[in-house]
Design a protein around this ligand. Structure first.
Ligand code: HEC
Ligand code: HEC
Ligand code: HEC
Length: 408
């Protein structure tokens, strides 16, 4: 009886999602599925201010063009999406439409969510309608002129956006396709890991080859050698996304948040599907030659490393699994853009804590006792030792980051 009822309700919900007010007609299973989809999509990252009610909006999102706030997506009738229909909700996910038909800004990752399957949107919608309605007026558009003119987004879409549900690739396994669906769609990994063009659109030819955001570098996460995840096994990727750390790296900054809010809660088989897919994304890459150990910057950097860093990261840069990230042959260390590295050394960092590993170890800040030149040298050294090879870091780059950090 219970099962029959559930199936009946799920059918009803599917047929008429959105036609009714918040209520009991969506089956428990559909709502639970929707809750998991909200976790896969990490809606909370931009729609829940820590300590405030779920999805009540107001999270500030810095873009190169100015600030936006995440909307109130609780079912509140006045200030949330309580009056929306499923169709209207689907249009926001698939096409970035607001209820009034105007365009949302792509800070709402509809360019990725457009891949989400209709049945997943239906479950997500069923779940969102069960969330506590919260009265909270949020003016999402805090951009300066001319970016505050939503009309401009029509042009943006025309240049940068392709609508359409995910289509599985016939010659790939079901697992690969599940991974592709999660990475390209709900996981919106490309919104950080894909480089952007001048107006903030994804450079699709460089999918997941590394992007920059707010002073962080989201590294190349394709399976490519040297700058990508070629050395990581599937299990390494799963462990990183599940716990925020593995034998190669510890997630910090925006990735630590993504792990805490989202990926640590993904089902293991979904994480494995993501790993299989990422490992298979292999792009051509020319490995640069490392700088000679006799270069002055390398010599200076070597001394600073021995003195200040090797105690934790070990003299051969191998690090200590799950405690001190490995710097040898590490994608982040080899990243073309050294912004994240400079930031970590100047400002330090605490690894994110997950349920599996509650308190993360900390990386000390060196802004107060290393000069711009010291930081540049030590980074140049680690970027060109133990199998790493990447452009040297200049003291000018360091001083720029130092100014940015002081402004925060
Ligand atoms: C990276 C940040 C980010 C994530 C992740 C995100 N959103 Fe948004 N969302 C925004 C921003 C910013 C806006 C407001 C954009 C605007 O007003 O142009 C928005 C707007 C919306 C709107 C339109 C609300 C309105 O009143 O017009 C809906 C619906 C929505 N998001 C649902 C979701 C759902 C569901 C998820 C998870 C699957 C999600 N969002 C994940 C940033 C995000
Ligand atoms: C909000 C931005 C953001 C999103 C979304 C995001 N990442 Fe990241 N990711 C980063 C940043 C920044 C780093 C670098 C972290 C560091 O410096 O410790 C990173 C690091 C990683 C790493 C470690 C790479 C290495 O070489 O050390 C992996 C693997 C990864 N992300 C996978 C993913 C996957 C898979 C997704 C989608 C499910 C995703 N990320 C979504 C920003 C993001
Ligand atoms: C007290 C121990 C300790 C010392 C000393 C230390 N680190 Fe770290 N370092 C850490 C920990 C822990 C992390 C990971 C924390 C995080 O990423 O949030 C880290 C992270 C890093 C990262 C980011 C790696 C990645 O893949 O995310 C770099 C680069 C780094 N350290 C370089 C250095 C340099 C250069 C020095 C010397 C100037 C140094 N560290 C000294 C503990 C230390």
């Amino acid at each position: 009886m219970k099962t029959l009822l559930k199936i009946g309700m799920a059918l009803l919900a599917t047929a008429s999602a959105g036609a009714h007010a918040v209520g009991g007609q969506d089956s428990y299973e559909l709502v639970q599925k929707g809750k998991y989809i909200a976790t896969l999509g990490d809606c909370t990252a931009c729609h829940t201010v820590p300590g405030k009610p779920l999805f009540s909006g107001g999270v500030a999102i810095d873009t190169p063009f100015g600030k936006l706030l995440g909307a109130n997506i609780t079912p509140d009738q006045e200030t949330g999406i309580g009056r929306w229909s499923f169709k209207e909700f689907e249009a926001s996910m698939a096409r970035g439409h607001r209820r009034d038909g105007k365009q949302l800004y792509p800070a709402m990752p509809y360019a990725a969510y457009t891949k989400v399957l209709r049945e997943d949107n239906q479950a997500l919608w069923a779940y969102l309608r069960t969330v506590e309605p919260v009265h909270n007026e949020v003016e999402t558009n805090q951009l300066p002129f001319p970016f505050n003119v939503r009309l401009n987004m029509k042009v943006w879409n025309w240049l940068n956006f392709t609508e359409g549900e995910f289509k599985p690739e016939a010659d790939k396994s079901e697992q690969w396709n599940r991974g592709a669906y999660l990475v390209q769609g709900l996981g919106h990994c490309g919104s950080c890991h894909t480089p952007k063009n001048l107006i903030g659109g994804d450079k699709n030819a460089e999918f997941l080859k590394g992007g920059e955001l707010q002073g962080w570098m989201a590294p190349n996460i394709t399976g490519v050698a040297h700058v990508g995840l070629a050395d990581w096994s599937e299990a390494d990727i799963v462990q990183y996304l599940k716990t925020g750390a593995n034998r190669y790296d510890i997630a910090s900054g925006p990735m630590a948040e993504a792990v805490e809010n989202s990926t640590q809660h993904w089902h293991d088989e979904d994480l494995m599907a993501v790993a299989v897919y990422l490992k298979d994304l292999d792009h051509e890459h020319d490995k640069p030659e490392p700088l000679a150990a006799s270069e002055p910057a390398m010599k200076a950097g070597r001394a600073i490393y021995a003195d200040r860093c090797s105690g934790c990261h070990t003299p051969d840069g191998e690090g200590i699994a799950t405690l001190f990230p490995k710097l040898a042959n590490a994608p982040l260390v080899n990243a073309q853009d050294a912004a994240s590295l400079i930031r970590v050394v100047l400002a330090g960092n605490r690894a994110g804590s997950t349920d599996a590993a509650p308190t993360g170890p900390a990386m000390p800040a060196f802004a107060w006792n290393l000069s711009d030149e010291n930081v540049a040298d030590v980074l140049t050294y680690i970027r060109n030792s133990w199998g790493n090879a990447a452009a040297p870091v200049t003291s000018g780059e360091v001083s720029k980051q130092r100014e940015t950090l002081q402004g925060e």
